[in-house]
Design a protein around this ligand. Structure first.
Ligand code: MG
Length: 450
């Protein structure tokens, strides 16, 4: 049975994701990722205490002791697991950017990276099989750690030129989305001597400010605040603060690919180590051009941050990420690292001046993203038929079907979680991007008989 999606097990609390399922998932995690101890943490969701308790009960019933880190960002849990050799795994209770009724269970390997599909498959198998619990004298216990957030922030601090940032006298607006960053990111700004206006800074699982996905429509308040207070930067996290997107000093929303481009340039500027940047086939060529202009090169994987992280480990590259604000820095840890991205962007501004000027200097592309309904059993057939229609073009099958033209590309990707097919079309010429998007939409419709 497939339970894990691209970001762990997700569902509406007390519906799919109820106590019973959580206890049994906890037992399966204990079996696969034990012997423990296993660290657990949560975001601010209404149901997070309940799911933490249930998963923990499942772990302890298998004789695996639990270290409860409380409410901290996902990368703080990952940092804790990575830096504690005796800890064999981590579990994060979060639904990241999903609406408040959702929650999720995400597993972390002993090195602090997100679990591989193989490990997740083994947990699903163990869940199916059902687990025999230990006899009562072997039931494990739980301890609590209260400084995991601060230790994470201190580690971020040690990786940037904090003195230079302090001297620059910067001002930022920080939108915590009432999520897991409400204590840690304001703490980071304080330790960096940055004047900070915090928005949505109370922990609140109803997300009263806005939904926790850091897309532009949710960040109108942040854009306004940056302009109102004359800030140098706007910073926004998603619900579990593994992601970070920015608003420029002129109040312009910077999509995730823009942040990734600037932070890649920043890592290349540092001149430390490899000049390889890792991202996925779905990322805009804008970032690749920017990376090449800065003296680097780009390697692309299938979609999914664990794949990016594992490729970075294999190749020894400095930086990688996706276009949703999830950025990974090899010198810190191999996971999406929201606070690290924020600190590095401040360092970038100190080094390069106002951020909007740097954004204006980036190459310009038009990317059109559409999606169409497609039943799961037709997805493979669809890819094969479209590939057959374009066999004379340059084709990349890393993930779905990417067709590369002289003046742009088209990517067709089946959704892993929904009966959907995504079609991306990108070109420097907006007309080409548009007409190609329309061409592929109609090719797909024809094949699916829509
Ligand atoms: Mg997230």
């Amino acid at each position: 049975m497939k339970m894990f999606g691209t970001n762990g097990i997700r569902g509406v609390a007390n519906e799919y994701l109820n106590c019973e399922l959580s206890v049994n998932v906890g037992r399966a995690i204990a079996y696969v990722l034990g012997p423990g101890p296993i660290a657990i943490a949560k975001d601010t969701r209404v149901s997070s205490d309940m799911i933490v308790s249930s998963v923990s009960a499942g772990l302890m019933s298998m004789g695996v002791s639990v270290i409860d880190l409380g409410m901290v960002p996902t990368p703080a849990l990952q940092y804790y697991v990575k830096t504690h050799d005796d800890v064999t795994a981590g579990v994060m209770i979060t639904a990241s950017h999903n609406p408040p009724e959702f929650n999720g269970i995400k597993c972390v390997s002993s090195d602090g990276t997100e679990c591989s599909p193989e490990e997740e498959g083994a947990i699903e198998d163990a869940y199916e099989m059902g687990m025999k619990t230990v006899e009562w004298p072997k039931i494990a216990s739980m301890t609590h750690v209260s400084d995991a957030g601060e230790r994470y922030i201190d580690s971020v601090l040690a990786k940037v030129d904090a003195e230079a940032i302090r001297k620059a006298g910067l001002k930022v607006c920080l939108d915590c989305a009432n999520g897991a960053s409400v204590y840690t990111s304001p703490m980071l700004m304080k330790k960096l001597g940055v004047e900070t206006i915090v928005l949505n800074g109370e922990p609140d699982g109803m997300f009263p400010g806005h939904y926790s996905e850091p897309v532009e429509s949710n960040l109108e308040g942040l854009k306004e605040a940056v302009k109102k207070y004359g800030a140098d930067l706007g910073i926004a996290h998603d619900g579990d603060a593994d992601r970070c997107v920015f608003v420029s000093n002129t109040g312009m929303y910077m999509p995730g690919d823009v942040g990734l481009a600037l932070l890649s340039i920043s890592c290349l500027q540092s001149g430390k180590g490899s000049s390889e940047v890792v991202s996925t086939v779905a990322l805009s060529s804008m970032v690749e051009d920017a990376v090449i202009n800065a003296g680097g090169f780009m390697v692309r994987t299938a979609v999914g941050s664990p794949l990016v992280a594992r490729r970075m480990i294999k190749d020894g590259s400095l930086v990688g990420g996706e276009d949703n604000g999830g950025i990974i820095f090899a010198d810190h840890q191999f996971c999406r690292d929201g606070a690290m991205a924020a600190a590095r962007m401040l360092e970038f501004i100190v080094r390069n001046g106002p951020v909007q000027k740097q954004v204006d200097a980036l190459p310009k592309y038009t990317t059109i993203k559409t999606a169409t309904h497609c039943d799961d059993d037709k997805k493979e057939m669809l890819i094969d038929k479209v590939a057959a229609l374009h066999q004379s073009e340059k084709i990349d099958r890393t993930d779905g079907l990417k067709i590369i033209f002289d003046n742009g590309w088209v990517l067709l990707r089946p959704s892993g979680t929904e009966p959907k097919f995504r079609i991306y079309s990108e070109s420097k010429d907006p007309e080409v991007a548009k007409s190609r998007s329309e061409q592929f939409m109609s090719e797909v419709a024809l094949i699916l008989g829509q």
